[in-house]
Structure formats: structure tokens, C-alpha cells
Design a protein around this ligand. Structure first.
Ligand SMILES: *Cc1c(COP(=O)(O)O)cnc(C)c1O
Length: 455
């Protein structure tokens, strides 16, 4: 029997979902969440019809989703999914390719290699960088930092992959005080320690102060952040990299979303010097707007990356070309490079630049709207992040955040910035329109004035 009826049904359900997103509440209703209870039943004793399974998923699952794929979701740093990337995701799902080995999928390996080159190009990374497609920036940080760990210890005559860290010469790890928790997690997983780091003070935007760097040497790993999750600010990569290069230290850039500044001519100055680093982590599921999960690790030193990641076994056949699993922690994995390829093929260089620029302009509009209404914007809005505080108090700010989240017009999260509560607005989706911004801004300002009038 043909699979077409099932896939037609799925396409219709998905289109119905996506067509409804622009008008629905960003958060699910209480009824929709309650209906999830109907899924809590014992494992079925026997098989069911696949169309029936899909119908239930759509009926119960779709209304209970958070509309993060729509244009009015501004929490965390969340991209939507470009139409071409969603279509490629379906195609790749149908292919069911194992992206780990070229013998398992010459198509996935070839597409991924092209996507990697295009990504490096659009992000302004040096020619010849190696890359690996992983689940997100957390694993991309892990992968880049593993290459760093290998290289720095190899220089000291230590084979960390063979010997582990017991008895190894110590490395110094330098981070900015605003380092992302996922980078610290990656350090912990690598045995380098979350707390065994030298923290460099930051400025008012959370940027590492290059003039406060400790002495660097050939056993130092410096972690630069390109894109602070609260302010969007990028560390001064150029200054850090030149100091590091002179000392023989390794620089890794956590560029989850901020590295995309390099892709937009009007913002590229913010990322100046990022290209001088030794390794980089970047997300594709944030600002490139491909489906979850998708991030990429890049490394200037392909040998170090391979030494950290490659495995060998008689049955794991190696081809003559780049083997995807030589650059990732995983062996088997989905062919996530396919969606990255499709996104970049559909957008092209100017499309990526426009996407980044548009999000930044929307962020600026939010900041102007907040300021004009008398609310304090806490950051210098140069990228896609805005932090705002209401009524000059933590209490009022938290109440406004709760009201915004309950209202459903849009969704914004909270944070604490340098001791003060703030609401975060992150504009990272291709789907966000000017109308989305105006509608969301109006809702936030209405809720805020209600709460401030009560107080
Ligand atoms: C989002 C983010 C991460 C973690 O990325 P995941 O894709 O969630 O693994 C790391 N660093 C920064 C700066 C981020 O914004």
C-alpha cells in the first residue's frame, strides 16, 4: 500500500497548524494542556493504524504546543523554521539517512560538506576550517573545546585521548564572567571543571574586558562569547585573539547566535576578530531558523578536531573524502546538514543578511517603544536582544512578565541583569513581521501600564 495517504494527511495537518499559528495564542490554553491527559494511558497491547496515530497527535498535540515557530515568540533565543528548511527536514526524514558515515549516506555526506563550506563562508570563517554537525551550541562548544584540550595537551607531550586527564599537565581556562552555562557544562564534561576557570571581569554590557585578561601562555584556553544571552553583546574577539596568538593560547568562540552578526554587513563590525579564533560553536536552530536540533562546531585545526573525535574500527569503513563522524561526538546521527543546506540555498548570502538585519531592526523598534513609554531599557541594543525593566522595581517587572506570559499575544522571559530583574526580548525568527512587533509591543505596554497604575 502506498504511504501517500498518510503523508498527505500529515501535510494537511501540518499546514493547518502552521496556517493557524499567526492568529493563535502563543501559549496553549488550559484546556489544550488538560487534553494532554488523554495520552496518559497504558502502552497499547497491539498495533494501531498510522493515520489514526497521526490524527490523535494533531488533535491533542498541536493545540498544546507553544507557538515558538511563529512570529511573536521572544523568549530565550529561539528561531522558527524557514519553509525550505522544514521541507528539507521532511525529505531527510523520508530518506532516514544515518549521517555518520559516507558509506551509509554519500548524499548526506556530500550535502553536509557543502553546507559546512557555505556556513563558514557566510560567517566569515577562514578557508579550510573543519566542521561537525551536532545538536546545538552546547555540543558544538563541547566539540571545539575537546579539540582545544587535545591540542594544548599534545603540545605539552600528553595524549589526552589515550591517557585521560589523570596526571596530565594542568591547563588554564579563561572565561568572561558572563560565560554561558552551557560552555561551563562543556568544560565540566571534558574534565576541565566548571569552577577551575579564571573569570575575567566584564563591562556593563557583559563583554569580557580584554584589559583584564590574565597572563596567557601555550597551555591556556580562552573562551570568548559572541552574543550574550541578555544583552546580545559580543566579547572583543579581536583584542583577545591577538593577545592569545602572541602567547600561543587557544581561543574558542561560543558564538551560538551572536556569530550571525558577521553575516549582516551592517552588523559585521560587532563580530570583528571572531574569525581569528581557533575554534567556534554556532547554532543553526537559533538564527538560521532550521528545525531542532542543529548546531555546528568549527575548528581551524582539522587535525586537532579529528584527534579529539575520530574513532576507528574494522567495520566502520572510511572513504577517501571527509568522513562526517570524524568531527562529531556521535557516530550515528540524523543528517541535520540537509536542513542547513536548504536554508542557505533558499536564502543565499543576501537572504541571511536580511534575516539577521530584520531581527536587529525589530529589536531596536521594541527598545524605542519601551523607552518612549518611559520604561528603562537596560542594554545597548546593537543586535537582537532587548532587556527592559518596568516601574523601576523587581516586583513590578516580574508582574509584567507574568502578565505578558499569561496574555498570549507574545511571549517574553525574565532574567536578572547585574542585580536587577528585567524582561528579555529576543528577536530571532524569520517569521516576525513589523505587525507582530507592533501588536506585541502594544500588548506589553498595555499590560505594563495596567500593573503600574495598580501599584
Ligand atoms: C543558546 C546558547 C548556547 C546553548 O545552545 P544550545 O543550542 O541550547 O545547546 C550556548 N551559548 C550561548 C551564548 C547561547 O546563546
Amino acid at each position: 500500500m502506498s504511504i501517500r495517504p498518510l503523508l498527505d494527511l500529515t501535510a494537511a495537518a501540518a499546514a493547518e497548524y502552521l496556517d493557524g499559528v499567526p492568529e493563535r495564542s502563543v501559549v496553549p490554553t488550559a484546556d489544550a494542556l488538560a487534553a494532554l491527559g488523554s495520552l496518559r494511558r497504558p502502552l497499547p497491547d497491539g498495533p494501531a493504524d498510522a493515520e489514526q496515530v497521526l490524527r490523535e497527535l494533531h488533535a491533542v498535540g498541536s493545540p498544546a504546543t507553544v507557538a515558538t515557530t511563529g512570529g511573536r515568540y521572544f523568549g530565550f533565543v529561539i528561531g522558527g523554521t524557514l519553509p525550505a528548511a522544514l521541507a528539507a527536514n521532511w525529505m531527510a526524514g523520508a530518506w532516514d539517512q544515518n549521517g555518520g558515515l559516507s558509506v551509509l549516506s554519500p548524499a548526506a555526506a556530500a550535502i553536509e560538506a557543502v553546507a559546512m563550506g557555505w556556513l563558514a563562508d557566510v560567517l566569515g570563517l577562514p578557508a579550510g576550517v573543519a566542521g561537525g554537525f551536532v545538536t546545538g551550541a552546547t555540543m558544538a562548544n563541547f566539540t571545539g573545546l575537546a579539540a582545544a584540550r587535545h591540542a594544548l595537551l599534545a603540545r605539552a607531550g600528553w595524549d589526552v585521548e589515550a591517557q585521560g586527564l589523570f596526571g596530565a599537565p594542568p591547563l588554564t581556562v579563561v572565561v568572561g564572567d558572563e560565560v554561558h552555562v552551557s560552555a561551563l557544562k562543556a568544560l565540566a564534561l571534558l574534565g576541565l571543571g566548571r569552577e577551575r576557570v579564571v573569570r575575567v571581569p566584564v563591562d556593563g554590557q557583559g563583554r569580557m574586558r580584554a584589559d583584564q585578561l590574565p597572563p596567557l601562555d601555550g597551555r591556556t584556553l580562552v573562551l570568548v562569547q559572541a552574543g550574550n544571552v541578555n544583552t546580545g553583546a559580543l566579547d572583543p574577539a579581536g583584542e583577545v585573539c591577538s593577545a592569545a596568538r602572541e602567547a600561543g593560547a587557544w581561543v574558542h568562540v561560543d558564538g551560538a547566535f551572536g556569530m550571525w552578526a558577521a553575516a549582516a554587513p551592517a552588523r559585521a563590525h560587532l563580530a570583528a576578530g571572531v574569525e581569528l579564533a581557533d575554534s567556534w560553536a554556532v547554532d543553526a536552530h537559533k538564527w538560521l531558523n532550521v528545525p531542532y536540533d542543529s548546531g555546528v562546531a568549527f575548528c581551524r585545526h582539522p587535525d586537532a578536531m579529528r584527534a579529539a573525535m575520530a574513532t576507528a574500527a574494522a567495520y566502520l569503513v572510511r572513504g577517501d573524502e571527509r568522513e562526517p563522524d570524524d568531527y562529531t561526538p556521535e557516530v550515528s546521527r540524523r543528517a541535520r546538514g540537509v536542513e542547513v543546506w536548504a536554508a542557505l540555498a533558499a536564502l543565499g548570502r543576501t537572504g541571511v543578511a536580511d534575516l539577521v538585519e530584520r531581527c536587529c531592526r525589530h529589536a531596536t523598534r521594541f527598545a524605542e517603544g519601551f523607552s518612549a513609554a518611559g520604561h528603562e531599557v537596560l542594554n545597548d541594543v546593537q543586535l537582537n536582544q532587548v532587556m527592559v525593566r518596568f516601574g523601576g522595581s523587581d516586583e513590578a517587572t516580574r508582574r509584567v512578565i507574568a502578565a505578558v506570559q499569561a496574555d498570549g499575544t507574545c511571549w517574553c522571559g525574565g532574567t536578572v541583569w547585574q542585580g536587577r530583574a528585567a524582561m528579555r526580548v529576543s528577536v530571532s525568527s524569520w517569521a516576525t513581521t513589523e505587525e507582530d512587533v507592533e501588536r506585541s509591543l502594544a500588548a506589553i505596554l498595555r499590560l505594563a501600564s495596567g500593573i503600574l497604575a495598580e501599584a
